[in-house]
Ligand binder design. Sequence first.
Ligand code: SAM
Length: 248
Amino acid sequence: KLSARLQHIADRLPSGCRFADIGSDHALLPVYAVQSGQACFAVAGEVNEGPLEAAKRQVAEAGEGKRVSVRKGNGLAVIAPGEVDAVTIAGMGGALIVSILSAGIDKLEGVTRLVLQPNVGEDLVRRWLFSNGWYLTEEVILEEDGKIYEILTAERSPSASDLNDKLYEERPIPGSTNSFTKELLLLMGPRLTQQPNEAWFAKWESEIEKLDKIIFSVAASKQEAAREKEEVLFNLSNQYKEVLACLQ
Ligand code: SAM
């Protein structure tokens, strides 16, 4: 049985697809996806020896060597252009996910769906999708074992640019005179802010707490640069607090 996080990712694959799971580690997702019929073929990509061995073991034990190809390599280097129609990258920081996507952009030819689960830096992933012709079709946030995860699904679309402009269009924060700016939506999620759940509130309460701690420590400094930083963080924290108060 998959974790709720991996199950959500599997559920978002196009039915019967060929996909690559980059940074697959134990290859749980590819094995599950081919066995459930969600995918007909999967590549499990790994750059590190330990996880690569774990993936090979898992695939061999499941008897899925024909449908799951375990390959060693950096990011999207493990696939050929046109080989898969979906890519999943889960359990890494947003900056690493973005660097993998950028470095392998020619390998995304023919890929119609991305399912990405950054552990941190979700806004970096949204920014990359926005700038590279991918429309963010779904955002999921869930809590599992005390951790909060966001799963971002994107589709390639010729009208991605118009669709994204609409998605990130400035809109009122209900009950406030202020608006959700594009920047705020990139941070808090253009879709998640429309239907915030408990996990989303928990995430932003914790982000505010972290910010307020930084503000407190910066406030002790007499340096000009620290003062400026304090003001930026203070404004951001206040923006988050207002959004939470209005959406609650
Ligand atoms: N995707 C699995 C999941 O979500 O449960 C495993 C996540 S694990 C925390 C991250 C994995 O990504 C590690 O096994 C690591 O070796 C792999 N990794 C990190 N950078 C990578 C890269 N550039 N290319 C391929 N794999 C990478």
